[in-house]
Design a protein around this ligand. Structure first.
Ligand code: PLP
Length: 392
């Protein structure tokens, strides 16, 4: 209790926290300060993609710390070059910008989209609107909050950045109507393939295809926010690969460096040279420790058979969840899953799970599961057993 008291006296109260002090972790098990163990179905909101203290990841980060931990972006590092090359080769993108968080990755995407149109169509064209989706989540900075299509996040912080227009997810008519209403003024459409914070809601394939068709006709950039869905989470390295499309820009963060802060903005041919010296930057962006962690994650996730296992485990997890009588339905893809409950309150279930040694997440009224990508079948079984007991 002393830690919690000290913490609350000195750390700003911007989060609702559980009364739990986590001290360490081994593989996929978290341990609190009293030595109690927890199965982890949340992985720090999808960040610890290889679980806790994964051997290869620890080795890579520690070796890097012992070599060079930071340089400014006035200089080059091999670890950053290697990471960027691996990302490009595995995704088909041309070039990368490195930041430190999902919001920063999206800020970069927004800036590229606006500058792409500015460079090509001129200032007077005012071609700067970015269409985003109702119920989306793109981050907590002012631009990404402006992009976020959920009023609940908009309290207090007015005024927001102009130039964002929302379209209803999976509503092709609304998409077409907004593109017509703002004809000639839209520079990008930005979306999550699966709305994560919005409640684990996948976009329909027909809607995604319509985005690409309509944007293609008008030279509007497509921006996929894969901060939560990317880096192997849904059984392919990028969820766009599950939908069979290649957005002009994709952003990554969370699990891509396995627990070191990172944000990645990847751009294709059309706009990979839009940012020029002085137009964007980040002191910590491309930090060698983050890139070393990222290289270890990529080496593991892209190794032969790993993503097939993610798919198999995702199917197994989904089936087990669907068998629980209180579960009304399971949504999501791979190891990004959400369940609709028949009558129970998700937050209360989450608290009860914690008391019983299981860490899970909520998303709106659903329970959300983002386990480490290398979770074992035995750990899935153990966690589901606890959940089943609580759901009654
Ligand atoms: C889809 C999506 N985009 C952006 C963000 C913001 O990422 P960060 O908190 O790293 O800034 C999140 C975080 O949950 C997210 O899920």
């Amino acid at each position: 209790m002393d830690t919690i008291k000290e913490f609350n006296e000195h750390v700003m109260g911007s989060y609702g926290r559980y009364d739990l002090v986590l001290e360490k972790g081994t593989e996929r098990t978290a341990v609190d300060e009293n030595g109690k163990e927890y199965i982890d179905f949340g992985s720090g909101i999808g960040v610890n993609s290889l679980g806790f203290c994964n051997e290869a990841w620890v080795k890579a980060v520690c070796e890097q710390a012992n070599s060079i931990q930071h340089t400014s972006n006035y200089y080059y590092t091999k670890v950053q070059a290697d990471f960027a090359k691996k990302l490009c080769e595995s995704t088909g993108y041309e070039k990368i910008f490195f930041g430190n968080s999902g919001a920063e990755a999206n800020e970069c995407a927004i800036k590229i989209a606006r500058k792409y149109s500015f460079d090509k169509y001129g200032k007077e064209a005012e071609r700067n609107i970015i269409i985003t989706l109702v119920n989306s989540f793109h981050g907590r900075t002012m631009a990404t909050l402006s992009a976020t299509g959920q009023d609940v996040f908009h309290n207090y912080f007015f005024p927001f950045l102009p130039g964002f227009v929302n379209v209803k997810a999976n509503d092709i008519a609304d998409l077409k109507a907004k593109l017509t209403e703002y004809e000639g003024k839209v520079c990008a459409v930005m979306f999550e393939f699966i709305q994560g914070e919005g409640g684990v809601i996948p976009l329909e394939k027909a809607f995604v295809d319509a985005i690409f068709e309509e944007c293609g006709k008008r030279d509007i950039l497509t921006i996929a926010d894969e901060v939560q869905t990317g880096a192997g989470r849904t059984g392919k390295f990028l969820t766009s690969q599950n939908y069979g499309v290649q957005p002009d820009i994709t952003t990554l963060a969370k699990g891509v460096a396995g627990g070191v802060p990172i944000g990645i903005c990847m751009a294709g041919k059309k706009c990979c040279d839009t940012l020029t010296p002085g137009t964007h930057g980040s002191t910590f962006g491309g930090n060698p420790l983050a890139c070393a962690g990222g290289n270890a994650v990529l080496d593991t996730v892209l190794a032969e058979g790993f993503l097939d296992e993610v798919n198999k485990k995702g199917e197994y997890f989904r089936k087990k969840l669907a068998e629980i009588p209180e579960v009304e339905g399971v949504d999501g893809m791979g190891l990004m899953l959400g369940i609709r409950l028949k009558s129970k309150n998700a937050s209360e279930v989450c608290k009860a799970c914690l008391e019983n040694g299981l860490l899970i997440l909520t998303a709106k009224t659903k329970l959300r599961f983002l386990p480490p990508l290398n979770i074992s079948y035995a750990e899935i079984d153990k966690g589901i057993e606890i959940l089943t007991k609580i759901l009654g």
